[in-house]
Design a protein around this ligand. Structure first.
Ligand SMILES: N[C@@H](CCC(=O)N[C@@H](CS)C(=O)NCC(=O)O)C(=O)O
Length: 230
Protein backbone atom coordinates (compact mmCIF):
# COMPACT_ATOMS: atom_id res chain seq x y z
CA UNK A 1 0.00 0.00 0.00
CA UNK A 2 1.28 3.44 -0.94
CA UNK A 3 0.56 5.80 1.96
CA UNK A 4 1.44 9.44 2.45
CA UNK A 5 0.20 11.67 5.28
CA UNK A 6 0.44 15.36 4.42
CA UNK A 7 0.43 17.79 7.33
CA UNK A 8 2.48 20.73 8.59
CA UNK A 9 5.75 20.15 10.45
CA UNK A 10 3.99 20.02 13.82
CA UNK A 11 3.00 17.25 16.22
CA UNK A 12 -0.60 18.46 16.22
CA UNK A 13 -3.32 15.99 17.20
CA UNK A 14 -4.96 16.20 13.76
CA UNK A 15 -1.92 14.48 12.26
CA UNK A 16 -0.62 12.53 15.24
CA UNK A 17 -3.75 10.38 15.50
CA UNK A 18 -2.95 9.08 12.02
CA UNK A 19 0.83 9.15 11.96
CA UNK A 20 1.18 7.26 15.24
CA UNK A 21 -1.00 4.20 14.52
CA UNK A 22 1.05 3.60 11.36
CA UNK A 23 4.36 4.17 13.11
CA UNK A 24 3.40 2.03 16.12
CA UNK A 25 2.37 -0.83 13.81
CA UNK A 26 5.55 -0.48 11.71
CA UNK A 27 3.55 0.33 8.58
CA UNK A 28 5.60 2.20 5.99
CA UNK A 29 4.31 5.66 5.13
CA UNK A 30 5.63 8.94 3.87
CA UNK A 31 5.36 11.61 6.56
CA UNK A 32 5.21 14.58 4.22
CA UNK A 33 5.47 18.03 5.83
CA UNK A 34 5.15 20.75 3.19
CA UNK A 35 7.15 23.95 3.42
CA UNK A 36 5.25 27.27 3.47
CA UNK A 37 6.05 27.67 -0.21
CA UNK A 38 4.73 24.18 -1.07
CA UNK A 39 1.59 24.87 0.94
CA UNK A 40 0.99 28.21 -0.81
CA UNK A 41 1.26 26.38 -4.13
CA UNK A 42 -1.26 23.76 -2.94
CA UNK A 43 -3.76 26.39 -1.83
CA UNK A 44 -3.54 28.17 -5.17
CA UNK A 45 -3.74 25.02 -7.28
CA UNK A 46 -5.84 22.61 -5.19
CA UNK A 47 -3.03 20.07 -5.37
CA UNK A 48 0.56 19.54 -4.25
CA UNK A 49 3.37 19.93 -6.77
CA UNK A 50 3.39 16.13 -7.27
CA UNK A 51 -0.30 16.29 -8.26
CA UNK A 52 -1.77 15.01 -4.95
CA UNK A 53 -5.23 16.59 -4.65
CA UNK A 54 -5.98 18.77 -1.59
CA UNK A 55 -9.79 18.62 -1.58
CA UNK A 56 -10.68 21.32 0.98
CA UNK A 57 -7.59 23.54 0.97
CA UNK A 58 -6.81 22.22 4.44
CA UNK A 59 -4.54 19.65 6.01
CA UNK A 60 -4.27 16.83 6.96
CA UNK A 61 -4.70 14.95 3.70
CA UNK A 62 -4.03 11.25 3.27
CA UNK A 63 -2.87 9.99 -0.09
CA UNK A 64 -3.51 6.25 -0.27
CA UNK A 65 -2.84 4.26 -3.43
CA UNK A 66 -3.19 7.49 -5.40
CA UNK A 67 -6.51 8.57 -3.82
CA UNK A 68 -6.71 11.71 -1.68
CA UNK A 69 -8.73 11.60 1.52
CA UNK A 70 -9.24 14.79 3.54
CA UNK A 71 -10.72 15.48 7.00
CA UNK A 72 -9.00 14.42 10.20
CA UNK A 73 -11.62 11.87 11.29
CA UNK A 74 -11.79 10.13 7.90
CA UNK A 75 -8.01 9.82 7.76
CA UNK A 76 -7.70 8.68 11.37
CA UNK A 77 -10.26 5.89 10.82
CA UNK A 78 -8.26 4.53 7.91
CA UNK A 79 -4.88 4.77 9.67
CA UNK A 80 -6.37 3.50 12.93
CA UNK A 81 -7.82 0.46 11.12
CA UNK A 82 -4.52 -0.23 9.36
CA UNK A 83 -2.63 0.01 12.65
CA UNK A 84 -5.14 -2.06 14.67
CA UNK A 85 -6.17 0.94 16.77
CA UNK A 86 -9.77 1.34 15.56
CA UNK A 87 -12.48 -1.19 16.45
CA UNK A 88 -14.40 -3.32 13.94
CA UNK A 89 -17.56 -3.34 16.08
CA UNK A 90 -19.84 -0.42 15.10
CA UNK A 91 -20.73 0.52 18.68
CA UNK A 92 -17.11 0.42 19.84
CA UNK A 93 -16.20 2.44 16.73
CA UNK A 94 -18.85 5.02 17.65
CA UNK A 95 -17.36 5.25 21.14
CA UNK A 96 -13.98 6.02 19.59
CA UNK A 97 -15.47 8.57 17.19
CA UNK A 98 -17.27 10.45 19.97
CA UNK A 99 -13.96 11.03 21.76
CA UNK A 100 -12.15 12.21 18.64
CA UNK A 101 -15.02 14.57 17.81
CA UNK A 102 -14.93 15.85 21.41
CA UNK A 103 -11.23 16.62 20.91
CA UNK A 104 -12.20 18.48 17.76
CA UNK A 105 -14.74 20.46 19.79
CA UNK A 106 -12.15 21.35 22.43
CA UNK A 107 -9.83 22.46 19.62
CA UNK A 108 -12.68 24.64 18.30
CA UNK A 109 -13.14 26.16 21.77
CA UNK A 110 -9.49 27.24 21.75
CA UNK A 111 -9.46 28.62 18.20
CA UNK A 112 -11.22 32.01 18.68
CA UNK A 113 -8.69 33.12 21.30
CA UNK A 114 -5.88 32.13 18.89
CA UNK A 115 -7.27 34.57 16.35
CA UNK A 116 -7.95 37.40 18.85
CA UNK A 117 -5.38 40.18 18.49
CA UNK A 118 -6.53 42.43 21.39
CA UNK A 119 -4.43 41.22 24.36
CA UNK A 120 -7.07 42.11 26.96
CA UNK A 121 -9.85 40.30 25.11
CA UNK A 122 -7.53 37.35 24.54
CA UNK A 123 -6.72 37.21 28.25
CA UNK A 124 -10.42 37.26 29.17
CA UNK A 125 -11.15 34.48 26.69
CA UNK A 126 -8.28 32.37 28.09
CA UNK A 127 -9.57 32.93 31.62
CA UNK A 128 -13.01 31.70 30.63
CA UNK A 129 -11.45 28.67 28.95
CA UNK A 130 -9.37 27.84 32.03
CA UNK A 131 -12.07 28.33 34.61
CA UNK A 132 -15.09 26.95 32.77
CA UNK A 133 -14.99 25.56 29.28
CA UNK A 134 -11.94 23.29 29.42
CA UNK A 135 -12.67 21.81 32.90
CA UNK A 136 -16.24 21.08 31.81
CA UNK A 137 -15.07 19.17 28.75
CA UNK A 138 -12.26 17.40 30.63
CA UNK A 139 -14.84 16.32 33.21
CA UNK A 140 -16.97 14.72 30.49
CA UNK A 141 -13.93 12.95 29.08
CA UNK A 142 -12.78 11.71 32.46
CA UNK A 143 -16.25 10.32 33.28
CA UNK A 144 -16.20 8.30 30.05
CA UNK A 145 -12.65 7.10 30.74
CA UNK A 146 -13.47 6.11 34.33
CA UNK A 147 -16.61 4.25 33.26
CA UNK A 148 -14.55 1.99 30.99
CA UNK A 149 -12.31 0.79 33.86
CA UNK A 150 -9.44 -0.27 31.60
CA UNK A 151 -7.45 2.94 31.63
CA UNK A 152 -8.33 3.39 27.92
CA UNK A 153 -11.34 5.18 26.49
CA UNK A 154 -12.70 2.19 24.57
CA UNK A 155 -12.13 -1.54 25.08
CA UNK A 156 -8.94 -2.64 26.77
CA UNK A 157 -6.27 -1.44 24.37
CA UNK A 158 -5.05 1.93 23.09
CA UNK A 159 -7.10 3.36 20.22
CA UNK A 160 -7.02 6.56 18.21
CA UNK A 161 -9.38 8.04 20.84
CA UNK A 162 -6.61 7.78 23.46
CA UNK A 163 -4.05 9.20 21.04
CA UNK A 164 -6.29 12.16 20.19
CA UNK A 165 -6.73 13.08 23.85
CA UNK A 166 -3.03 12.46 24.59
CA UNK A 167 -1.93 14.75 21.79
CA UNK A 168 -4.40 17.49 22.69
CA UNK A 169 -3.44 17.37 26.39
CA UNK A 170 0.25 17.57 25.48
CA UNK A 171 -0.40 20.72 23.50
CA UNK A 172 -2.49 22.32 26.25
CA UNK A 173 -0.09 21.30 29.03
CA UNK A 174 2.99 22.44 27.14
CA UNK A 175 2.33 26.03 28.18
CA UNK A 176 2.59 27.38 24.64
CA UNK A 177 -0.94 28.78 24.75
CA UNK A 178 -0.56 31.98 26.77
CA UNK A 179 -2.72 31.96 29.89
CA UNK A 180 -3.36 28.19 29.77
CA UNK A 181 -1.06 25.73 31.54
CA UNK A 182 -0.84 22.13 32.68
CA UNK A 183 -2.74 23.22 35.81
CA UNK A 184 -5.99 23.06 33.86
CA UNK A 185 -5.42 19.33 33.20
CA UNK A 186 -3.93 18.31 36.56
CA UNK A 187 -7.20 17.93 38.54
CA UNK A 188 -8.30 15.20 36.12
CA UNK A 189 -6.20 12.37 37.45
CA UNK A 190 -7.56 9.78 34.98
CA UNK A 191 -6.63 11.97 32.02
CA UNK A 192 -3.20 12.66 33.55
CA UNK A 193 -2.67 8.90 34.03
CA UNK A 194 -3.65 8.25 30.40
CA UNK A 195 -1.31 10.99 29.19
CA UNK A 196 1.64 9.67 31.18
CA UNK A 197 0.91 6.04 30.23
CA UNK A 198 0.97 6.84 26.50
CA UNK A 199 4.18 8.83 26.92
CA UNK A 200 5.81 5.71 28.40
CA UNK A 201 4.89 3.58 25.37
CA UNK A 202 8.25 2.67 23.74
CA UNK A 203 6.96 3.27 20.19
CA UNK A 204 5.47 6.64 21.20
CA UNK A 205 8.80 7.56 22.79
CA UNK A 206 10.63 6.50 19.63
CA UNK A 207 8.25 8.67 17.56
CA UNK A 208 8.80 11.68 19.81
CA UNK A 209 12.57 11.28 19.67
CA UNK A 210 12.40 10.91 15.89
CA UNK A 211 10.04 13.76 15.04
CA UNK A 212 9.48 16.27 17.86
CA UNK A 213 11.40 19.48 17.80
CA UNK A 214 10.81 21.03 21.17
CA UNK A 215 11.87 24.46 19.97
CA UNK A 216 9.73 24.55 16.86
CA UNK A 217 7.63 27.68 16.59
CA UNK A 218 5.07 28.18 13.83
CA UNK A 219 3.81 31.54 14.96
CA UNK A 220 3.76 33.53 18.19
CA UNK A 221 1.88 31.00 20.23
CA UNK A 222 1.70 27.87 18.17
CA UNK A 223 4.71 25.89 19.21
CA UNK A 224 4.96 22.53 20.89
CA UNK A 225 7.11 22.08 23.92
CA UNK A 226 5.22 18.83 24.44
CA UNK A 227 5.97 17.63 27.99
CA UNK A 228 6.79 14.04 28.87
CA UNK A 229 4.50 14.10 31.84
CA UNK A 230 1.84 16.27 33.38
N1 LIG B 1 -12.20 20.01 8.94
C1 LIG B 1 -10.77 19.84 8.79
C2 LIG B 1 -10.06 20.98 9.48
C3 LIG B 1 -8.58 20.93 9.23
C4 LIG B 1 -7.90 22.23 9.58
O1 LIG B 1 -8.47 23.12 10.25
N2 LIG B 1 -6.66 22.35 9.14
C5 LIG B 1 -5.90 23.55 9.32
C6 LIG B 1 -4.61 23.28 10.07
S1 LIG B 1 -4.89 22.59 11.67
C7 LIG B 1 -5.53 24.08 7.94
O2 LIG B 1 -5.20 23.31 7.05
N3 LIG B 1 -5.59 25.39 7.77
C8 LIG B 1 -5.27 26.02 6.53
C9 LIG B 1 -3.96 26.73 6.54
O3 LIG B 1 -3.23 26.65 7.55
O4 LIG B 1 -3.65 27.36 5.53
C10 LIG B 1 -10.34 18.48 9.34
O5 LIG B 1 -11.10 17.89 10.13
O6 LIG B 1 -9.27 17.98 9.00
Amino acid sequence: MDIKIIYFDLPFWRAEISRLPLFIANIDFEDFRPSDEEWDYAKENGKMKDGTKIPFSELPVLSINGESIAQTMAIARICGKLGGMYPEDIIEAGKVDQIVVAVENINALLSPSMKESDPLKKKAMRKELTSNELPTYFGYLQDILDANHSGWFVGDTMTIADLAVWSLLGWIASGVIDGISAEVVRPFDGLVRLYNEINKNPRVRAWKIKTYDHDKVRDDEYSFGVPDSI
